[in-house]
Ligand binder design. Sequence first.
Ligand code: 6PG
Length: 472
Amino acid sequence: MTSPKTGADIGVYGLGTMGSALALNFAEKGFHVAVSNREAEWIDAFVTEAGALSEMMTGVADLQAFVAAIARPRSILFMIPSGAPMDEMIAAVSPFLEEGDTIIDGGNANFNATRERSAAMQDTGLHFVGMGVSGGEKGARSGPSMMVGGSTHSWQQLRPMVEAIAAKFEGDPCVAHLGPDGAGHFVKTVHNGIEYADMQMIAELYGMMRDVGGQSAEQIGAVFEGWKDGPLSSYLIDVSAAALQSVDNKTGAAIVDVILDQAGQKGTGRWTLIEALKLGQSASTVEAAVGARGWSSEKAVRVLAEPLLPAGTSETGLPAPDVMAQAMLAGRILAHAQGFRILQAASDEFDWSLDLARISEIWRAGCIIRSALLDEFAQAFRNDLPGGHLILAPAMRNRLEDSIGGLRQVVASAVLSGVAVPALSASLAWYDSMRRARGTANLIQAQRDFFGAHGFERLDEDGKHHGDWNPL
Ligand code: 6PG
């Protein structure tokens, strides 16, 4: 292990899965990295295991000495649990930092907390960056997508290093400074909301093929495999195809057939819809995905209910694979469109000037939701977008023209077969709501005025009005 004379280019604190992978990635790209960890015994083990890359690392257990080992102005990336541990770390490390130094939180933090931390550091001379990192362990090691918030000062400091370690899409690094304070963490949160929605829609199509079509995991994996090279080409389709075709060592069965059907979650999907609701936006597809994970945890009730509750189904049969592919494509476009609307609403609310085209671009490689569509979204945002809405972009209208019928057929068939497709049907309901110029909220307004005198606007006259309601 060597100590660079001028100090390390960056510090990485927290040598868990993601922190270790990022530290190795920085070292591999030629940056000297000071590394540290709460459990001091991990540090030497990590540096030793880094092999040839250990030449680029300085392992330091003591926090003050760790800070001192980094060149000024310092960039220190913390890969530690979000929430209270981050606040404790800021309090512990700040006394050792100097003007111009930057603390980077690379975890999945709540953007509200990131905003508060940035505000608290405002007049201290120190900088706080919330940075969303996507791509899991492999991405962190070989090229993640990174969504950076915080000050321009910090970005200038960080930029050469994060551009070097980022995934590249045709040479373009998948990292950008998206805005001040919580912008990076907000964009990562919405990324995860879209991730939840995409995963859920794939799982719903799996459910159709399994429960309506009676297909095996291997057969369904082969169907997804067939979608790998077309417009559905994406990391999550690849993951699903490979997972469905993986075999359990113990039983020889498909692994998915021995996995308990209860999904975990750490909270980012839920945050997406909480923030969407606060911004008056619809994230109905994400909400369906989060809700479905919640229902999945009620396994005991579902087991009890299956023989008890009437199905009321009709025979419909399984839609053809290309129809299901259309449904996935339409659902994916609609879920992203909802996500980008939330980003636009947050950008307006917090004055972030988010560049939706650039966000699409940095999601084209490295991150979990990377897909062929992201490049099309980026181009749609770069061109003139009618009403600022992704689904109104000419290229997306063409895509929807070819796929919305498939989504309709799949949702109809699922509904009649008694198979739940909450995210696909939420996407379709949102689409149908958005394409109807004359909706039904006029009756909602009538009801509100009827029982609460809340007033309504008229089509033919300005101002607030009340109805002459018939007595009950
Ligand atoms: C990523 C992932 C990653 C993780 C999320 C989701 O972009 O690399 O989003 O951050 O998979 O934490 O986790 P849950 O499904 O457990 O909420």
